[in-house]
Write a protein of this length. Structure first.
Length: 456
């Protein structure tokens, strides 16, 4: 039993927690059933306050790329806390961990990126980018260029601006979002919307929607386009190969800045260090978080392309920043995390070995009565549950069957997430083929139990 589990019983922890507000939580339900109390984690396993050992196929929230319980990370954080626990990077100041991390990120990221700005989360990083985009166009004497186009069902975070960039209706509702200056187009979701088109045809058609929206708004009013290379929270939507090159062309044609939100995709998730590489995205900004520290400390980084930085730097003070921008402990942890990812060849393994093996094993679910499509790239994947495999018809109401399946996963000590009726996985990159085999067994139990519940 872990130390925290010994201190209190599950019921006691739940009673202390019950009244408080949690992210993305139905509080009436939380009050009724109480929270799951996670007390410890090791490798890819979580342990709860009842002593259950749970396979985390979601790497926390798509973030614990190196797995839990890495002692060297704790050692680095400990040493940094003793040496310089805090200092800021405001007003022409710096410190060794932030300078070293910036050098590393510039070396690792695509060649146009030679400038880094730090935040604490993916959300505030995207907020900062919007601020930089506005500043850029104002300095370029094109102040009308304000609107940012993004995709319905995209996810870019939870601040007011990040949620406006995102295309989640359930986040816009009740909060009067999106804010002015945001427009959305449909996502490149071939399985759901492709109809009789090939993926390649559909990819071009989905990109053309960007051009249509620019023409509708007037290019002189449009500042930028933002997208996740693969949409994560929206359901691991992997665009056809034709999509991003066409988007890139359109951004160039109409003079839009291009923002690649690599918060999930970055640091090896897709079998590439950054997904901009396989999708051929040459962005002006790249948003990084999650895998940057594998979630051990909060940190985000914005990579700013030379052509943008030159303009931003042509003016005086950039009056923006957070007390904890470039926090020394977070930066030290990020450096050690990147060392582990590189030294243990996690990206190469996800590309050459575990990624292809996961894709092959997921194919087995295609024969399952509930499963319409499986898709994956590297170690991020989805199992789409449908009512009718032939027509791709979804269940009504959407989301119910996904929730049933997710609950069966939890009952069997497996963490997968459900978006609508799509089961999502994004495990730590230290997964071996053995972990994939273990996952397949547990996922099959959950799928079979779900099929039984819905009478299939
Ligand atoms: N962008 C993407 C693509 C994300 O998936 C997320 C979080 N899931 C964010 C931004 C927001 O990051 P954070 O939760 O750290 O604010």
């Amino acid at each position: 039993m872990t130390a925290s589990a010994k201190r209190n019983s599950t019921a006691e922890w739940q009673a202390q927690d019950r009244k408080h507000l949690h992210p993305f939580t139905d509080h009436a339900e939380l009050g009724r059933i109480g929270a799951k109390v996670i007390t410890k984690a090791e490798g890819t396993y979580l342990f709860d306050s009842d002593g259950n050992k749970i396979l985390d196929a979601f790497a926390g929230l798509w973030c614990v790329n190196i797995g839990y319980g890495r002692k060297s990370i704790a050692d680095v954080a400990h040493a940094q806390l003793l040496e310089l626990p805090y200092y800021n990077t405001f007003f022409k100041t710096t410190h060794p961990p932030v300078a070293e991390l910036s050098k590393l990120l510039v070396e690792m990221t695509p060649k146009q990126f030679n400038h880094v700005f730090y935040g604490l989360s993916g959300s505030d990083a995207n907020d900062t980018i919007v601020r930089m985009v506005r500043t850029y166009w104002n300095l370029k004497k094109q102040p009308k260029k304000k609107t940012i186009i993004s995709r319905w069902n995209g996810y870019h975070g939870s601040t007011m601006v990040a949620a406006s960039l995102g295309g989640m209706n359930y986040m816009h509702e009740l909060a009067d979002l999106p804010l002015p200056g945001h427009a959305h187009i449909k996502q490149p979701y071939w399985y759901g919307d492709g109809g009789s088109q090939t993926p390649e045809e559909f990819g071009l058609a989905a990109a053309k929607l960007l051009e249509d929206k620019i023409l509708e708004l007037g290019a002189e009013n449009v500042a930028a386009f933002i997208g996740e290379p693969i949409q994560g929270a929206g359901g691991v939507i992997i665009p056809p190969s034709t999509y991003w090159p066409e988007v890139q062309k359109i951004c160039k044609k109409y003079d839009l800045l291009l923002i690649a939100d690599e918060v999930i995709c970055g640091f090896g998730r897709t079998g590439y260090m950054f997904a901009s590489e396989p999708f051929q995205i040459e962005a002006d900004f790249m948003t990084l978080a999650k895998g940057l520290t594998s979630g051990y400390m909060p940190l985000s980084a914005i990579m700013v392309a030379d052509r943008v930085a030159e303009v931003l730097n042509s003016f005086g003070d950039f009056n923006h920043g957070f007390t904890y921008s470039g926090h020394p402990v977070s930066c030290a942890v990020a450096i050690e995390n990147i060392r582990i990812i590189r030294e243990e060849k996690m990206v190469e393994t996800a590309h050459d070995e575990t990624g292809p093996y996961l894709a092959k094993r997921l194919e087995e679910f295609k024969d399952h009565p509930l499963v319409g499509e499986v898709r994956s790239m590297g170690l991020v994947g989805a199992i789409e549950l449908v009512k009718d495999k032939k027509t791709h018809k979804t269940f009504e109401p959407v989301g119910k069957v996904g929730t049933i399946c997710r609950d069966h996963c939890v009952k069997n000590n497996l963490i997968m997430r459900a978006t609508r009726d799509t089961m999502l996985l994004s495990p730590p990159l230290m997964w071996t083929k053995g972990h994939i085999d273990e996952f397949m067994k547990l996922a099959k139990i959950a799928l079979d139990a779900t099929a039984k519940d819905v009478g299939l």
